[in-house]
Design a protein around this ligand. Structure first.
Ligand SMILES: [Cu+2]
Length: 182
């Protein structure tokens, strides 16, 4: 983030170069990331507390903008390209501030594939993929995903959808719309 010179900038540059090579070898995952997150927050009803949540989220490396809306009871976060942030990091901020994180409307780029008869969506930085909910996703989105996966094993998509808080370690996403990438 900071542009001032420091002794570790050379090694930072070298490791960044190494990372760039690694990413070049994995083009499909190069841009897998959250782009926008609107996280519902239960119990946040005062401006001072909202300010605390906003400041804490802004400190996360990769966050571009944060708006806290008391009216909509949510944090609206814009993320920088190539960030490696997870939804869980935002949930932790909410919890540390004494509130309960609920569902999140997200825009994300990631890799779609089939696993055990289910469609799953991988966003980089996220240890376990999101499971696509067939019941809550739109038929149009499901159709596009299925047809892409009928000809290849993985496909990169930008999705808009809603991620529910994890249950039994499974995080599901209801997909509203998809856009093929690459
Ligand atoms: Cu308060």
């Amino acid at each position: 983030m900071s542009s001032k010179p420091n002794p570790s900038s050379r090694s930072a540059f070298l490791s960044a170069a190494g990372l760039a090579v690694a990413i070049a070898l994995l083009p499909a995952m190069a841009s897998a990331e959250y782009r926008r997150i609107e996280l519902k927050i239960l119990g946040m009803d005062c401006a001072t507390c909202a300010h605390g949540v906003r400041v804490a989220m802004q400190k996360l490396d990769g966050v571009a903008t944060v708006e806290l809306s008391l009216e909509r009871a949510q944090a609206e976060v814009g993320l920088k390209p190539d960030n490696r942030l997870t939804l869980d990091q935002f949930r932790q901020v909410v919890k540390r501030n004494g509130f309960e994180p609920k569902q999140a409307a997200v825009t994300a780029i990631g890799m779609m594939r089939e696993s055990g008869g289910r469609m799953v969506f991988e966003v980089s930085g996220v240890p376990t993929p999101l499971v696509v909910s067939p019941d809550k996703s739109t038929p149009d989105a499901l159709q596009q995903l299925k047809s892409a996966l009928s000809t290849k094993s993985t496909a990169v998509f930008e999705i808009m959808g809603t991620v529910e808080p994890a249950r039994d370690g499974v995080e599901s996403v209801a997909i509203a719309s998809v856009r093929p990438r690459q």
